[in-house]
Design a protein around this ligand. Structure first.
Ligand code: PHE
Length: 450
């Protein structure tokens, strides 16, 4: 049976870039850049994306397109049923686990759209802190918003690859880019904005050390959605004409561009009011609402609009990533349990709502969900980002580099000899040696072993 495909090249790029562009671009990249040497960090990051991120993405493309199935089955098809299949299952599981907590944060973005509209985002810095803490620990509201965003995701995913995922990405991604540009312009026009731009882009060689490289590498993997099953699942819908290398490069460029623009959106505004930006949820839900309010104090309407647009942008970035995450499990359930796509999407959505609800409750409402000093929310973040992601990434590189016959890899790389495949040997070298060694380094480093 012919597998469904994305309908166009643009659809492929926008859907996959939609998966890559997410909260990670906004809440972590700008901060890491500012802290780790500005322009120098951006260069190192680009190097990591080019030499490690893109080869790993191409490897997942190869497995997905060659396997022509959900991630677990794709690994089975490519490996001929050997134990390498387990990596596929791990990818699906990572994708599923991350969905729960990613959906909770995405739900917070929706709540903040509502809060901006209703004019709740007004007050002193303590007020914002208190507002966020009270909201995220509430037993009902965050769960409500988690369910809402998962429902929106469901409605898109159940429509299928072309009329659901591809169509939604073609609308959401350009819109996201437009909102981003509007806020960048508004932010860069503020008095004192130049200091923020300087902080972000000033090359500072003294900040360089080994941690910077490892930080850049970890961020590159997370930001490109590698090792979560997403890239592999989407690639199973690519056509035989899709140029894998070119697509991976284009997606990498879009992802980096959005990350740098996110920095130009955040730092100029923060510097213009003298607030030092941080990272993670506290940046987008505590620091920035305060920054926007203060920065546009002279023109409250503009502040109101900027904050609304900002949370709309975040919600869209989160939604396109969530779509790819839900699709990983949906394709898995659809093909393995042999239920219809719609039913599979529904089962996955309900399961994600349950996981999301537990994650959300662990942030305050239910202290019994705090295990070994970490909330369930933090555990999910830790297990997926710091354990599964490097392990799956490492094993995938070894699998493609050492286990899959080179003919299969070359055929996929060159579209069965129709492309020149000028970079094939470079790619193979990176996947065989450089990627596994570097991933192993981040893994050991984060546990303090090196
Ligand atoms: N790449 C996304 C981001 O930058 C996160 C993500 C990871 C999304 C894995 C899907 C899968 O936020």
């Amino acid at each position: 049976m012919e597998r469904v495909n994305f309908g166009s090249r643009l659809g492929i790029i926008l859907a996959t870039a939609g998966s890559a562009v997410g909260l990670g671009n906004v809440w972590r990249f700008p901060y890491m850049t500012g802290e780790n040497g500005g322009a120098v960090f951006i260069l190192i990051y680009l190097g990591c994306v080019l030499l490690l991120g893109i080869p790993c993405m191409i490897s997942e493309f190869i497995i997905g397109r060659h396997g022509q199935a959900n991630t677990a089955r794709a690994f089975r098809n490519v490996s001929g049923g050997t134990p390498w299949t387990i990596i596929g299952y791990m990818g699906v599981m990572t994708g599923f686990l991350i969905t729960g907590y990613y959906a909770v944060v995405s739900g917070w973005c929706l709540q903040y759209i509502w809060a901006s509209l209703a004019g709740h985002l007004k007050g002193d810095p303590q007020y914002f802190q208190h507002y966020f803490q009270a909201f995220s620990a509430d037993p009902v509201k965050p769960i409500f918003w988690t369910v809402v965003i998962l429902l929106a995701t469901y409605l898109i995913v159940e429509h299928g690859v072309r009329s659901g995922i591809e169509r939604a990405s073609k609308v959401l991604m350009p819109l996201l880019f437009l909102l981003l540009l509007i806020i960048v312009v508004a932010s860069c026009m503020l008095p004192g904005a130049a200091d923020g731009i300087r902080f972000l882009l000033k090359p500072d060689l003294t900040a360089l050390n080994g941690n910077v490289f490892l930080g850049a590498l970890g961020q590159a993997f997370y930001s490109l959605s590698i090792a979560m099953g997403c890239i592999c699942t989407y690639a199973s819908y690519f056509s035989r004409q899709t140029n894998l290398t070119q697509s991976a490069v284009q997606i990498g460029v879009i992802d980096c561009l959005v990350a740098v623009l996110a920095g130009l959106m955040i730092f100029p505004a923060a510097f213009s009011v003298g607030v030092s930006p941080d990272s993670g949820p506290s940046l987008i839900f505590i620091t920035l609402p305060n920054v926007f309010q203060q920065a546009f104090a002279a023109l409250p309407v503009v502040g109101y609009i900027v904050s609304l647009l900002f949370y709309a942008l975040l919600s869209m970035a989160a939604l396109t990533s969530l779509i790819s995450l839900v699709e990983v499990s949906t394709a898995f359930v659809h093909e393995e349990a042999r239920v219809s796509r719609k039913r599979a999407a529904l089962i996955v959505t309900i399961a994600c709502c349950i996981v999301g609800a537990f994650c959300s409750l662990s942030l305050g409402a239910s202290s019994s969900l705090v295990i070994a000093g970490r909330s369930l929310f933090d555990w999910f973040d830790f297990i997926t980002g710091q354990i599964f992601l490097p392990v799956v990434g490492f094993l995938t590189s070894i699998f493609i580099g050492w286990a899959v016959p080179h003919k299969v890899v070359r055929d996929e790389f060159t579209n069965w000899g129709t492309l020149r495949g000028r970079y094939f040997h470079l790619y193979l070298f990176l996947v065989k040696y450089v990627c596994p060694v570097c991933i192993l380094f981040i893994f050991l480093h984060q546990f303090g072993l090196i």
